[in-house]
Structure formats: C-alpha cells, structure tokens
Design a protein around this ligand. Structure first.
Ligand code: SAM
Length: 323
C-alpha cells in the first residue's frame, strides 16, 4: 500500500502540472500522505489490508464508470471474493459491480447523480473537488464525464474502499485525500466545480463552510450543493434540540429560501435550486452490504413523514451557484 500512495502522489503531481492547481501540488500531496498514514494507523486497517491483499488489483480495459452501477473488472468465478469484500463492511455509497460481484450499498447514490446530472456544467477537462466523497462513487461518475476528480473524506474505511477500486483503475484521473476539509489549503481559487453533497448539515458553522467552498472555486466556477432542507420561507431553519434521524451531528437544516440567503451572503451568485425531493426507504436502506440500521429505523413507523424524534423526515435539495 505504501507503493500505492507513492504512485498516487506521483500521478497527482503529473495531473496538476501546468494547471493553476500546480501551485498547490506539494500541500495536496502532503494531505494525501498524511491522510493515508492516518488510515494505516486505524485499528481496523489490518483487517481491511488483508481483504485488499486477497482481491484483484487490475481491471485492464474492463470497466464502465458511466453506468449507474459502476462496473470494474470482468466477471470471475471466485466464491471467496464476496467474503473479502464483506471485510470492508459497511458499504454505504454505491452501487458497484466488482469483478462480477454486485455491491448493493445502503445508498442508491446513482439516484442522486441522476437528479443532478442534467444541471451540471460540462465536466470534460474540468478539475473538480468532491468534499466528503465517501467511497468515491461520485468521483468515478465525474471521471466518466471527463473530469479530473479529487475527493476528500476523513473516514478511514471509505478510503480503503476507494483504494480497492483505484488500484484496479490506476490510470484514471481520480484522486483521494483521506482528510477532512479543514486540512485543505485555504483560498485555492482553482477548482472549476466544487461538490458539497451531504455535508452542510453536519457543519457546526455552515456559513464558514460556504465561505470555504467559495474560496476553493475559481472565478465563475460552479458550486454543486446538496443538503437537507425543510419546507418554509426565508426566515425558517431547523436546529434539532438533540439528534436528528438518530444522527448526533446535525446542526442546521434551512429552508431553500434561507439557504439562498446564506449562499448570497457568502458571495455566491446565480443561485438556483434545481431539485427538491424526499428521501425514501428505497433510496437509503439496509442491504446485505450494510446490515446496520438505516432510514426505516430512523423514521416514526406510524408517521413516516416524521423522524423518530418528531422532526420533518429527510428532504434534500440540490442548489447550483457560481462564484
Ligand atoms: C452524508 S455523507 C455524504 C457522502 C456523499 N457526498 C454523498 O452525497 O453521498 C457525509 C460524508 O462526509 C464525510 N465527512 C465527515 N467529516 C468530514 C470533514 N470534516 N470533511 C470532509 N468530509 C467529511 C463523511 O466521512 C461522509 O463520507
């Protein structure tokens, strides 16, 4: 795996060569190295590493990243493969098909991509950043659309899941920094498009998060913001008194008009909400690949339009804005 990290750093350096992001090549590589050190220091790393050692490392030309179910590698008849993939449980964001095994993740992340794809700028040739990219599912979709995609996420397991795929697709311009947004160099002003999906409600200082997104984008660059919202007017925002849908780390859930004000005050323009929808138990659910509690357990069984705590059930908006 140390060779994997060295390869990733070299490839990132080459990818950034000649681009305004080149100025940040060294600090980004440092984030990558330090992030992977944290992953290797995680108590579960030996188990994940054992799984990685038993799974294929090269897909050759046999992959399809443009499909809803991101496919990597030819089908192979190996009864043991499923066991090793399960050693990277829980699988939250996907779906994937890995050398013939369907990884039916908790989330149908392809549905989110379908909702936002019609509104995306042309990603071909763009340098894009996906903040809180999880296993990297959306990074592969961005690469399929022609982008050089950099994802950041501090959750060690998701980094290991990403590494499983990147080893097989080593020439793809897709990079993963196993760090939180706090570790990113500030004021880069260089990304063409920045994605912040499923992040804003987890931030204690949401306006600071929006300001940071603004500073990551080049002038005229596009923000794709996907987050929880409530119904309501420009004066409404929910701050849960405790947990929201059993999550301890949900801080602010604004109405769409209030979110537009936040964005405007953070310096964004051309703010438009392109989609609002309720999250259903067919989009986020327990599967063989994520056997813990899921959305159905977080809703009030008698009133599924409410969370178990009595708050409005999850409703998500996609907002596009420009720097
Ligand atoms: C709700 S998930 C969203 C995943 C994906 N973006 C999506 O929309 O499906 C939130 C993600 O944010 C990551 N995360 C947590 N703290 C973070 C931080 N400080 N900076 C960046 N990502 C973070 C989590 O590990 C998790 O993968």
């Amino acid at each position: 795996m140390h060779e994997f990290v060295r390869h990733e750093c070299r490839q990132l350096q080459q990818a950034l060569h000649g681009h305004p992001l080149q100025t940040y090549s060294a600090p980004l590589q440092a984030c990558m190295r330090q992030g992977w050190q944290q992953v290797f220091a995680h108590g579960d790393w030996p188990r994940w590493q054992e799984a990685l050692q038993h799974l294929p490392t090269d897909a050759g030309n046999d992959y399809d990243l443009a499909r809803d179910c991101v496919c990597v590698g030819p089908d192979r008849d190996d009864a043991g493969q499923r066991k090793w993939l399960m050693q990277l449980h829980p699988w939250r964001k996907g779906p994937f098909r890995f050398f013939g095994t369907l990884i039916d993740t908790e989330w149908r992340s392809d549905w989110k991509w379908q909702r936002l794809q019609p509104y995306l700028p042309d990603l071909s040739g763009q340098f894009v950043l996906d903040i809180g990219c999880g296993s990297g599912y959306h990074l592969w979709r961005m690469a399929a659309a022609g982008a050089t995609a950099i994802g950041i996420d501090p959750t060690a397991l998701f980094s290991a899941q990403f590494a499983l795929f990147k080893r097989c697709l080593s020439q793809q311009p897709v990079f993963y920094l196993p760090v939180g947004i706090e570790a990113m160099p500030t004021a880069m002003q260089a990304f063409d498009t920045v994605f912040s999906m499923g992040i804003l409600y987890h931030r204690r200082a949401p306006i600071d998060h929006l300001l940071q997104l603004h500073e990551l984008l080049r002038k005229q660059g596009t923000l794709v913001l996907e987050t929880l919202v409530i119904e309501g007017d420009a004066e409404q925002c929910l701050m849960p008194a405790g947990r929201y849908a059993k999550m301890r780390n949900v801080w602010f859930i604004p109405s769409v008009p209030m979110l537009a004000i936040w964005l405007q005050r953070a310096g964004f323009r051309d703010i438009r909400c392109v989609n609002v929808c309720s999250t259903g138990t067919d989009e986020q659910r327990r599967t063989d690949w994520m056997t813990f509690e899921s959305l159905a357990d977080f809703l009030d069984a008698g009133h599924p339009q409410r969370t178990i705590e009595g708050y409005p059930a999850p409703r998500r908006a996609i907002i596009l804005a420009r720097r």
